[in-house]
Design a protein around this ligand. Sequence first.
Ligand code: PMP
Length: 357
Amino acid sequence: MEKLWKKNFISIEPYTAGEQPKSDDIIKLNANENPYPPAPGVLDAIAGTRGDSMRMYPSMDAMPLKQEMAAHLPSLYGVELRPENIFIGNGSDDVLATAFRAFFNSDKPILFPDVTYSFYPVWCELLKIPFETPAVDADFGINVKDYAKPNGGVVIPNPNAPTSIGRGLDFIRELLELNRDCIVIIDEAYIDFGGESALPLLSEYENLLITQTYSKSRSMAGMRIGMAYGSEELIQMMYAVKDSYNSYPLDNVAIAAGIASLQDEEYFRDSLAKVIATRDRTAAALRELGFTVADSSTNFLFAEHDKLTAQEIFAHLRERGIYVRYWNKPKIGNRLRITIGTDEQMDKMLEAIKEMV
Ligand code: PMP
């Protein structure tokens, strides 16, 4: 018999994240995770969690963490913001989904590049947001003039993913000048690995929203902490959406862990410097082996070999327990996205590629 209730199911193709293999022997360079542990104080904060933090609900807006963030923004990014300018959610995916829901309610399409974070079109399908995807150029560059047309909003990751390419504040400023009548979201998931944050522009543009995450530079992907910075009005709007479906996205353990991470700026800077040094060394080694590698401002490399296909390198590495990311998609189908691991892991990857070239 036909099951009529199935007719009411949503029709949606979900986002596919990098594979999370079960074995510990895998060298996992496929999800842009940080190879180093979070600051030691983070684990102490988690271990020090008391019964009350389980028994009782957390702060609805993670206020203690917002206060700590506000206190560290001057030394981290040279800007002063108040907790009222900060929204905190369950990873920046949750924060971005909340922003899409709050701000993209126009009949006009929102705009984001055709090569970018593949979650954006998924949220558009889910939330019935029309969208257009201006094409990046042959070098994966975003042309700001493509964002000069009427639209319902703009989303650009800076640096972009999976291309790893970062743009300076002049580019972001031009984008904002062209888009004074819609919300512009700059997704700064990878900003700490050498990009230029747009945070100083918040004081000039009330329609700018910037998202960041603890998942990459703070080695805390498993804890799920993400944030947005913006004018008080934008942040209030996002809380109105959040409070319409989930009162307590961040638990008390995550709040304590997030505070501890902020309190150790020296560890933060040291582990970033290590990732950046390994990245630059690996990019040079790949170029020696015949790869074209985009100049990366992130913790990953976007690379294409001049003779071998991405698919065959991907399969060869995988057989040796080394997982990188490869998409069988137009424009990027011959590129690999390789997350920066430890020096030892990158050496093993380079050795495995040398067997092929
Ligand atoms: N934005 C971009 C560009 C990303 O690559 C990712 C990671 N997949 C995210 C946002 C979301 O990261 P998270 O939810 O872990 O903060």
